[in-house]
Design a protein around this ligand. Structure first.
Ligand SMILES: [Zn+2]
Ligand SMILES: [Zn+2]
Length: 164
């Protein structure tokens, strides 16, 4: 979605609102489905342009520890100045318009999502994950695997003692 801010430039104190919905695909980590919905506006403060937005992410994620699907919800705020005559490397903080004075909102929020969303999803902070031996989901109860491996050197000793 491209936002034309040419008219806004002529209105000191004006605001131009926008809303967009981005689908969440594989680009943002282990999401199987979902959307990010951004609502906000660009305002003109004496020629200084500021983009502000609230973004709400609702998605289905796959936990990187236990592999279970879960509902992922996250919201965040964006507040970044917009500039027309800077090159991209002058300041990372600025959102730049293209040559025609349009803002590419999809690209802006694509970047925001990459920064905001975790690359490793966890169904919960204290997810216990899977047992490395039997693969049971330890969030659903413990398994019967021995908690600790017996040191193989002790096994040898035990065998000697049993035979003696
Ligand atoms: Zn998990
Ligand atoms: Zn186990």
């Amino acid at each position: 979605m491209r936002l034309d801010i040419q008219q806004l430039l002529a209105i000191d104190g004006g605001t131009q609102g926008f809303g967009l919905v981005l689908p969440l695909g594989g680009d943002y980590g282990d999401f199987t489905a979902g959307t990010a919905e951004a609502k906000g506006g660009v305002s003109n403060h004496g020629g200084y342009l500021l983009l502000t937005a609230d973004t709400v992410v609702h998605a289905e994620g796959i936990c990187s520890r236990c592999g279970e699907g879960f509902d992922f919800c996250h919201s965040f705020k964006t507040e970044r100045p917009v500039a027309r005559n800077l090159t991209a490397d002058e300041n990372d903080e600025y959102i730049l318009t293209d040559e025609d004075g349009f803002l590419d909102l999809a690209a802006v929020f694509n970047d925001e999502l990459l920064l905001e969303l975790p690359t490793k999803l966890l169904c919960r902070e204290e997810c216990k994950g899977l047992c490395p031996k039997c693969g049971k989901n330890l969030n659903k109860g413990s398994c019967n695997c021995p908690a600790k491996e017996i040191d193989p050197r002790l096994e040898v000793l035990k065998a000697l003692l049993d035979n003696g």
